[in-house]
Design a binder for this molecule. Structure first.
Ligand code: DNO
Length: 357
């Protein structure tokens, strides 16, 4: 297991690399260049980022994310050009030592919450929260406005301004599109990109829908074991993998996370993991919890055990943290609670390692 930390770059991330390096056991980042979907990433800029990260004593072997342009997802004619740019970026990242690229194939929205800072009554901290009832009242444009307002000036991953500017047009392009249509476009993308990944030694890792069900009537095809069975079969290759996010899949209590990890781990189809906990509050209603099992509804020991047994070499990052100790940061991506999460996951790992000797 390689413990990593998500970082947005020194221009927009208030967390200095040296703080990340000081988290025990932290080996590297899940990092990115801040580029709109569809752009061919410039090598010089990436090399400079890599140098900065390496000088801080950290690795940059995982990128989160290289976003997929909506024209690829909707199958518009411009997709071929965007796919060419994607391939060129994959080749460049491989030259620069990258091993895994995290991405998603969610229409329009990446992750979605109805409150970015819901106070947790037990301890006064706050965390990301979702209640489908609130969403129903809001509608897509309203939720976008509210999310931008609540983000304290930080750009949130998946909510980049250039993506949102085209929201109405993009929503129209999905009208009448079914899950099978989306999967067809997904296959077209994978058939072009995965052979290149095999050639250059990079693995693509698809992030699940978050939350793990359809929203606003958009087709969503990545929120259960059955969905991912179809995805890995679209282009069967060790380079076509999942970024197994316990909290995204775990937002639906029907998803048995340790069993899903065992299923895809033993197939060698887990390229990276996001590990966090969720507290269920009702139907399609949850908030994010501290990583510790007893504070939420997922069993983090069983999750790490499944990783240990079936994909022990994977990259892991502690996922969203709560906001604690009055930290003012990017919702979900503050320093303190994610550092506590990493320490806890490392503790579970050490116990698993020693218990297995
Ligand atoms: C949310 C993140 C996602 C993830 C993308 C991957 O906090 O986990 O935005 O990075 O879906 O492309």
């Amino acid at each position: 297991m390689k413990m990593t930390f998500r970082w947005y770059g020194s221009k927009t991330d208030p967390i200095p690399l040296k703080f990340i390096k000081q988290i025990p056991g932290m080996t590297g980042l899940m990092g990115l260049l801040d580029k709109p979907a569809g752009v061919d990433w410039p090598e010089e800029e990436f090399a400079a980022l890599r140098k900065e990260v390496q000088e801080a004593g950290l690795e940059l072997e995982v990128i989160e994310s290289v976003n997929v342009h909506e024209d690829i997802k909707t199958g518009l004619p411009a997709r071929d050009e965007y796919i060419e740019n994607y391939i060129s970026t994959v080749r460049m990242l491989a030259r620069q030592g990258v091993k895994v690229i995290v991405y998603n194939f969610m229409p329009v929205f990446d992750w979605l919450r109805t409150d970015l800072a819901r106070v947790i009554p037990e301890d006064g901290s706050n965390s990301l929260y979702f209640d489908e009832k609130d969403l129903g009242a809001m509608g897509p444009l309203e939720i976008v406005r509210k999310t931008a307002e609540d983000s304290h000036g930080f750009t949130l991953p998946g909510w980049e301004p250039e993506r949102l500017a085209l929201l109405e047009t993009t929503l129209k392009q999905y009208e009448g599109m079914t899950g099978d249509d989306l999967r067809k476009n997904y296959k077209y993308f994978l058939d072009a990109v995965i052979p290149v990944c095999e050639e250059v030694g990079v693995r693509m890792a698809c992030h699940p829908d978050d939350p793990a069900w359809p929203i606003f009537g958009l087709p969503r095809i990545a929120h259960s074991q059955e969905d991912f069975d179809k995805i890995v079969a679209l282009h069967d290759s060790p380079a076509n993998t999942l970024c197994l996010c316990t909290g995204s899949l775990g937002s639906n209590p029907d998803n048995d996370i340790p069993s899903i990890i065992r299923h895809f781990g033993s197939m060698n189809r887990i390229g990276a993991m996001h590990v966090r906990n969720v507290k269920y509050l009702g139907y399609h209603h949850f908030r994010e919890a501290a990583h510790l099992s007893s504070t939420g509804d997922l069993d983090l020991y069983e999750i790490m055990k499944a990783v240990h047994e079936t994909c022990p070499d994977t990259y892991i990052r502690p996922d969203h943290g709560r906001m604690i100790w009055d930290e003012q940061g990017r919702p979900g991506y503050g320093l303190y609670d994610r550092a506590l999460g990493a320490a806890y996951l490392n503790g579970l790992w050490e116990a698993l390692e020693k218990g297995s000797c």
